[in-house]
Design a protein. Structure first.
Lengths: 497, 516
């Protein structure tokens, strides 16, 4: 599998790249035309973003259909794998982009700072995410990771009126750079012990030979480093400490994007690396994932309880959700049941929930995007009952109350854990979910049972209304009729080696 | 099956429809909101009574079954059915909700209050009718949300604390049950061949290894024990009851707690017979501790509502005793007592609520001599209280007596200790009655208003039920017994448990014994 020693590069299957190209075209259009034409129609940038992302979604949907007859294949000398797993993850990411762009337009209009830059960064971040979910080579994965991360650093620091935003960007940048170093070192060590950076190639090397016994320590350290690097990106405890600060400081639409698309990309990469590349060493990494999962669900839900800022609360709850997804990954490690499907299911549902929740936060966060304390939510039911009801639905969904999508997500993950005989993990996750529920109840109490702090009019941008409506409707529809989503996620398979 | 009209689905879905309608209607038409709530709740009540009338009394299986596929890839179906165990709980739910909606004024935010109440009704109905584990869990858990908001929104001073405690406590119990439910279905797949959450299929076709069955039973038992509540998991109950608005308390005591005891019967005994037999001594002991502890704690209370709340702990202890004594009579008694407790404790909470409306206190020490200023009110309180104590001729006696007689055959020593609880019940309730109603009224109590017509009409329904069941329990018993006998048979045939051979004591001389 060593790269062929010819000067001919690998053939480029342009058709397979349409989703990424569409986003790239959108980015270029925004930057070029944006700099040439100073005044755009209202929300014009958001429209361009939305259209190019829609093209990406349509292309992915077509691809999904075509994959009916084969299980996916790899391109670019095996550097990119297009399979139903990556297609599903891409669609989820693209949906997150559209919802974030809607929120971004509301945010920028309110800040009186509408411009193409943030949308372009959003699209490049999405490109990075799309590369990550279909990367079949650790180097390509790293490229995607960095494209995503660099865009996010800038996005996080983009609000120049808030000091926290700058701090958030810098903090994310330093810690993110640190974790990238870990990741790269892990790649190097794994390459050293297996002779390949291709994820499927690593799998082949590990399953085929016995000659790598000498380099076992190197491989194990490499796996550990990879887990640290990716664990940082999915904000699994104990690599989660950046999450609350960054989530709180970043502009709310960016936070929403980070929490959803960023997580989807990182988890998809993590699962491909572990389940395709390191499948043979499952006994080595499974206990680590097990421990990470337990630590993460409890850290997220316990620390969430003592927060007073809603954005920080949602940050900690996102850590707890990451723990739940790790439970699914751990179940997938047993190679039985539907661990992969349940993790993808959780990611898709979580994306919608987190988008809706942050949209509500955005609606209330005021001109500076800083009014996100719990006190600002007090008595919301009296000021905007519909908004309070929508947020309540989303919060209860995150808590895992039945007949919401959140319950379907938790149920699927717990089911896959039980099928894999991981009872301890299943029980621990459910107990942590109850602890976490206290957080959502606190917000609900604030909204419904306390008197409003101020009577000032809350004006909600129509774009935000659209996001919240989509999120609530999707939450309830999936809650009542989960079959379609379950069916789709069950088909999410990796391309054969 | 028996009727082309899907009456059970209607019982669950109609209240939801009502709640949605209420939410949509503008706040300005308050009369309209009340009218809708009334129509829907009375409609559901009427349907539940129609269900009672057309129920085949000697059929031990599930009737009016309605089954539709729902989430096929998980083997989950919309499977509803009613048998002798659930029938009267459904009817109780159907009757209690309209009474609460008509009879108890929430004082503010009527619209939201009524919407939550109707949603609660749907959840409770669904819990009692579900024959699918997944479906049951959904209803069991969804009930928390409306109840949480009812306590938190319309309760007293420490309502938020009480509501949160209630929610988290119950959710923690359910967390174990959820894992248990999934594990049951996943493990049973090996026997059945496909994944299903259908209760009947699981109970009849799956068999669990001894230890597996025990673990699964424990996971269910924790959830139900919290809900009942069984000592020492009861601490949420006094807070929730005391802080809840009157309507919430009535519903909580009347039907919500029964979801726990019903769960033990329907899911504990039916799904895991041998594990239930194994856990019998522990649960009997906890039940007896609950009876004695609840009674003693009730005696010590200075708050009338808290007293009634602790009396619930004691009464529910009797029901659990009857369930885990596993004889036909004790189980029949337990099912009957579930309904009786719902009626009499529901009425007690209503009366305490009326006292609070008049005096704005529930402290026993501040109430005195009400009998001389409000004799009719006092008489009503007396009747309801006597029913709660279990005086012969009233409903409480029939149920408790059956439980004690049935349990004595299989759990002698536990029953002997439990029987002292009956005396304790007389002690705390009569003592409370004496302090509140006897004596000379002081200044504050001398203006205690007599019962209004509306309150009287409301209580007449309860007193009518108390008297009818007490004097003529036969129609109720002959509907409960076939299903209970079938359940006992199921336990006997699926475990090494044998029912005691002491001759059956025929409770109602004219009644023919169903079964063998």
């Amino acid at each position: 599998m060593v790269f062929a020693a010819t000067l001919d590069g690998p053939s480029v299957p342009w058709v397979e790249l349409i989703p990424i190209l569409a986003l790239l075209a959108g980015t270029c259009f925004l930057l070029l035309v944006g700099s040439l034409v100073p005044t755009w129609p209202r929300r014009g940038y958001a429209w361009v973003t939305g259209i190019s992302t829609t093209v990406a979604i349509v292309a992915n949907a077509v691809k999904w259909n075509n994959l009916y007859y084969n299980k996916g294949e790899t391109f670019f000398a095996d550097a990119i794998a297009i399979d139903r797993f990556s297609v599903l993850a891409s669609i989820t990411i693209c949906l997150a982009v559209i919802l974030s762009a809607l929120m971004l337009s509301a945010y920028l209009v309110r800040m009186n700072a509408d411009g193409p830059e943030l949308y372009a960064l959003l699209l490049t971040a999405a490109i990075g995410a799309l590369v990550m979910v279909s990367a079949n080579d650790l180097i390509v994965l790293f490229l995607g990771l960095e494209t995503l991360s660099l865009s996010l650093y800038l996005l996080a620091a983009s609000n120049r009126e808030r000091e926290q935003s700058q701090e958030s960007g810098l903090k994310y940048f330093i810690l993110g750079g640190f974790s990238s170093a870990f990741f790269l070192y892990g790649v190097a060590l794994i390459f050293g012990s297996t002779g390949s950076t291709k994820i499927s190639g690593i799998g082949e090397a590990l399953s085929g030979s016995i000659s790598i016994v000498d380099t076992d320590a190197m491989l194990l350290v490499g796996i550990g480093m990879l887990l640290v690097g990716l664990g940082f990106k999915v904000s699994a405890a104990p690599f989660h400490v950046w999450t609350p600060d960054v989530y709180e400081g970043a502009p709310t639409p960016v936070t929403a994007f980070m929490a959803s698309a960023g997580k989807v990309a990182a988890f998809a990469a993590l699962m491909r690396v572990l389940l395709v590349g390191l499948e043979q060493r499952v006994d080595d990494w499974r206990p680590v994932v097990w421990a990470l999962a337990i630590l993460t669900v409890f850290t997220g839900s316990i620390l969430a309880v003592v927060q007073t800022n809603v954005k920080r609360m949602l940050a900690y709850s996102s850590i707890s959700h990451a723990g739940f997804i790790l439970v699914g990954v751990e179940a997938a490690a047993h190679m039985s049941g539907d661990g992969i499907a349940s993790s993808m299911n959780y990611l898709a549902i979580y994306t919608v929930l987190v988008m809706g929740s942050f949209a509500v936060v955005l609606a209330l966060s005021g001109h500076t995007d800083g009014d996100t304390n719990l006190a600002d939510f007090r008595g919301l039911a009296k000021r905007r009952p519909a908004l309070a009801l929508a947020f309540t639905v989303l919060l209860f969904a995150q808590a895992g109350v039945p007949l919401t999508a959140g319950f379907v997500a938790k149920f699927a993950v717990i089911k896959s854990a039980v099928e894999a005989d991981s009872y301890v993990l299943a029980v621990a996750a459910m107990v942590a979910a109850v602890i976490g529920a206290y957080l959502y109840l606190r917000i609900a109490v604030s909204m419904w049972l306390e008197e409003p702090a101020s009577d000032s009019e809350i004006t909600i941008d129509p774009a935000v209304v659209v996001v919240i409506a989509i999120a609530v409707v999707a939450t309830l529809v999936v809650g009542f009729f989960p079959e379609l989503l379950l069916h789709a996620t069950r088909l999410a398979r990796f391309a054969p080696r | 099956m028996h009727a082309s009209f899907p009456i059970l689905s209607a019982l669950v879905l109609l209240p939801i429809l009502g709640a949605v309608l209420i939410t949509i209607i503008s706040n300005k038409h308050l009369e309209f909101v009340k009218l809708i709530a009334m129509l829907f709740s009375v409609g559901v009540g009427g349907m539940s009574i129609w269900l009672l009338a057309s129920f085949h009394s000697h059929d031990s299986g599930f009737q009016f079954v309605s089954q539709h596929e729902w989430v096929t890839s998980w083997g989950i179906s919309w499977h509803l059915g009613v048998d002798g165990v659930s029938l009267f709980l459904v009817v109780l739910t159907g009757i209690l909700f309209p009474l609460v909606i008509l009879g108890v004024d929430p004082h503010h935010d009527h619209k939201r209050y009524l919407a939550w109440l109707l949603l609660l009704e749907a959840g409770v109905m669904g819990s009692f009718l579900s024959l699918d584990l997944f479906l049951f869990f959904i209803f069991f858990e969804i009930v928390l949300v409306p109840m949480y908001f009812l306590i938190g929104g319309w309760g007293y001073d420490k309502r938020v604390y009480a509501a949160t405690k209630f929610f988290l406590y119950t959710m923690l119990g359910s967390a174990f049950m959820l894992v248990g439910i999934i594990a049951t279905a996943v493990i049973a797949r090996r026997d059945i061949g496909y994944l299903t959450f259908d209760l009947v299929t699981l109970a009849e076709q799956a068999s669990f290894a001894t230890n597996t069955g025990r673990w699964l039973f424990v996971s269910f038992a924790i959830a139900f024990a919290v809900k009942v509540p069984i000592f020492p998991l009861h601490t949420w109950l006094p807070d929730a009851h005391t802080q809840a608005p009157t309507g919430g308390s009535v519903i909580l005591a009347g039907v919500l707690l029964k979801m726990g005891t019903y769960g033990f019967l329907r899911f504990g005994l039916y799904l895991f017979p041998s594990a239930a037999v194994w856990a019998k001594p522990v649960l009997l002991t906890l039940a007896v501790i609950g009876i004695i502890y609840g009674a003693i704690a009730a005696t010590m209370q200075t708050d009338l509502k808290r007293l009634v709340a602790y009396s619930s702990v004691a009464h529910l202890g009797f029901i659990v005793l009857g369930i885990f004594a596993i004889t036909s009579q004790s189980l029949t008694g337990s099912v009957m007592q579930m309904v009786n407790h719902g009626v009499s404790t529901g009425a007690l909470f209503l009366l305490v609520g009326m006292i609070y409306e008049r005096r704005h206190t529930r402290e026993i020490a501040e109430l005195r001599g009400i009998q001389s200023v409000a004799p009719i009110f006092s008489a009503a309180f007396m009747i309801v209280m006597l029913s709660s104590i279990g005086v012969p001729g009233l409903n409480g006696f029939a149920g408790e007596f059956l439980i004690l007689i049935g349990s004595f055959q299989s759990a002698r020593w536990w029953t002997i200790v439990a029987a002292t609880g009956v005396i304790l019940a007389a002690l705390y309730l009569l003592w409370a009655y004496q302090r509140v109603f006897h004596g000379e009224p002081d200044e504050a109590n001398s203006s205690f208003a007599e019962m209004t017509l509306r309150e009287g009409a409301l209580l007449m329904v309860f007193i009518g039920l108390i008297g009818f069941t007490g004097l003529y329990p036969k129609p109720m018993l002959e509907r409960i017994e076939p299903s209970v006998d079938k359940l006992v048979e199921h336990v006997v045939s699926h475990s090494d448990y044998r029912t005691p051979t002491t001759p059956n004591i025929v409770v109602e001389p004219h009644g023919e014994k169903a079964g063998e």
